[in-house]
Ligand binder design. Structure first.
Ligand code: ITT
Length: 204
């Protein structure tokens, strides 16, 4: 049995990786909280996803001594030139809630017509060994920003205001199984899976 640390402070991501990686045999998933690192936050100083994800994965792998997976992700809105993007978690300032963030987004887009509300979620996963060796994969999902929040049971963050292409309901309303099949995190997880499987089977 190999341990894999899910290196995130976001409980929504922890839940989703537990589902996405459930089929990995011989691997036990651990959260930061499980190993007493629940308060360890890693700075994200870069303006692109990959180096931020790499910093998180390497810092948590070194601190834990475990094979670690981390992601950096965000919502890119075309009418805002790709904002909030890599700053999605910080879009409404420190201490803001997910609702604060998506209401701010809806406010910024109040005058934006339906056909110009295109957006995508992006996720870059980095896996790291405690030695600092890394591998990465990227996933996206295209959609548009709703006019009003469409809350549901699925996901977290901006899901209530994101309508994936091909759907009339929000990402919060599609159900966990559909979200995992179509979203940015699921696509990135499937892309990294062969490397992750190989690394888990042959720890460095
Ligand atoms: P960690 O850095 O500890 O993983 P975080 O929430 O700060 O936690 P990010 O820096 O990657 O993670 O920020 C990603 C933000 O983008 C996240 O807080 C949400 O606001 C948004 N986001 C990412 N994936 C999302 C998803 O699947 N559904 C809705 N919003 C998402």
């Amino acid at each position: 049995m190999t341990d894999l640390l899910i290196g995130t402070t976001n409980p929504g991501k922890v839940r989703e990786y537990a589902d996405l990686l459930a089929a990995l045999s011989g691997v036990r998933l651990l959260s930061l909280r499980d190993i007493g690192l629940g308060d360890m936050d890693v700075p994200e100083p870069h303006d692109t996803y990959e180096p931020n994800a790499r910093d998180k994965a390497v810092a948590y792998a070194r601190a834990s001594g475990l094979l670690t997976l981390a992601d950096d992700s965000g919502l890119e809105v075309d009418a805002l030139g790709g904002r909030p993007g890599v700053l999605s978690a910080r879009y409404a300032g420190p201490g803001a809630s997910a609702e604060d963030r998506y209401f701010r987004l809806l406010g910024e887009l109040a005058a934006t017509p339906d056909d110009a509300r295109t957006a995508r979620f992006v996720c870059v996963i980095v896996i790291a060994r405690p030695t600092g060796e890394t591998a990465s994969a990227r996933g996206t999902v295209e959609g548009r920003i709703a006019r009003e929040p469409m809350p549901g049971e699925t996901g977290f963050g901006y899901d209530p205001v994101f309508i994936p292409n091909g759907y009339t309901v929000s990402m919060a309303q599609v159900g966990a199984a559909v979200k995992a099949r179509i979203d940015h995190r699921g696509n990135a997880a499937r892309a990294i899976l062969p490397t992750l499987t190989a690394w888990a089977a042959a720890p460095a």
